[in-house]
Design a protein around this ligand. Structure first.
Ligand code: NAD
Length: 293
């Protein structure tokens, strides 16, 4: 069994990005600039945004953090989005989700200029991705694709079962893996909460992508020998043996599933780290105008 090491891969990619920044600096080119908007005090969101800003610093990107209180109105947030859309120095930006309930997330996502949408959530980017046109890929699926590529995992003709159909993970990764090319050319089954006989579907998979949000959901006897398992889940559970009283686990019962796999991602240390790195890759693309001229 090979552990798909998200830490090692993201460290490698970050070194490559840092080298690109050095070249840009030597040539007097523009340094990539990512801005992040955080509204409210959601602890998980704070951790995610801080890690995005810290990663920018690690690779030498410029970063801007915009923090606003939970009472911020939708109009105020739209104004911030417009400001970032119009700021020529900002190559890409994200508005961290979830937003407070009184703000319409769809309205905010649509207000972001798709040419700066490095999260890849705007329908223009989603539609272009689905058609195989240049697009900012959503960060988590992009991170998974990059992981499969860098570990040379064979995908052509493989049966991939994706569990979970969210707009940010399950649906886009099912599209990407079914498209022509590498990694891709899979036969994909997209499963969800209304799927009949989910264990039976997962048992047929050469590649399993689990993005459900339920701790240890995918069981050992659901997974076929030699399967590749990508665990996207990040769930905090109680653990009295830890000083903090909690620990992170994925959507896959790692202890039971890992011995059967050819490859598996750990949680933490797998897809999560690749997600942040993918955001940096998108920001560099935005700066270089590789997706939109
Ligand atoms: P979501 O809540 O938006 O979607 C969950 C999906 O799981 C839904 O499509 C639903 O149909 C499906 N589902 C729920 N219960 C099910 C069941 N009993 N059987 C089959 N399917 C079921 O979740 P999401 O945003 O895609 O996130 C999924 C998990 O991935 C979460 O743990 C989240 O924290 C994690 N996540 C990790 C990263 C990362 O960077 N690693 C990024 C995004 C999300």
């Amino acid at each position: 069994m090979v552990l798909l090491d998200g830490k090692l891969l993201s460290d490698n990619i970050k070194s490559e990005l840092a080298a690109e920044v050095d070249i840009l600096r030597e040539r007097g080119g523009k340094i990539p600039h990512l801005a992040a908007v955080l509204v409210g005090e959601n602890p998980a969101s704070q951790v995610y945004v801080n890690s995005k800003i810290k990663s920018c610093e690690q690779v030498g990107f410029k970063s801007t953090m915009i923090r606003r209180p939970a009472e911020t109105t939708e109009a105020e947030l739209l104004e911030i989005v417009q400001g970032l859309n119009n700021d020529p120095d900002v190559d890409g930006f994200i508005v961290q989700l979830p937003l407070p309930k009184h703000i319409n997330e769809e309205k905010i996502t649509l207000a972001i200029d798709h040419r700066k949408d490095v999260d890849g959530f705007h329908p223009v980017n989603f539609g272009r991705m689905a058609q195989g046109l240049p697009a900012f890929l959503p960060a988590t699926p992009y991170g998974i694709i990059e992981m499969l590529r860098r570990y040379n995992i064979e995908t052509a003709g493989k049966h991939c079962v994706v569990v979970g159909r969210s707009n940010i993970v399950g649906t886009p990764i099912s599209i990407l893996l079914s498209r022509k090319g590498y990694p891709g050319d899979c036969t994909v089954t997209l499963t969800h909460s209304r799927t009949r006989d989910l264990p039976g579907e997962v048992r047929r998979a050469d590649i399993v992508v689990a993005a459900i949000g339920i701790p240890n959901f995918i069981q050992g006897d659901w997974v076929k020998e030699g399967a590749v398992v990508i665990d996207v889940g990040i769930n905090r559970i109680e653990d009295e043996s830890r000083k903090s009283g909690t620990r992170l686990v994925g959507d896959v019962d790692f202890e039971a599933v890992a011995p059967k796999c050819s490859h598996i991602t750990p949680v933490p240390g797998g897809v999560g780290l690749m997600t942040v790195t993918a955001l940096l890759m998108n920001t560099l693309k935005a700066c270089r105008k590789e997706v939109y001229a």
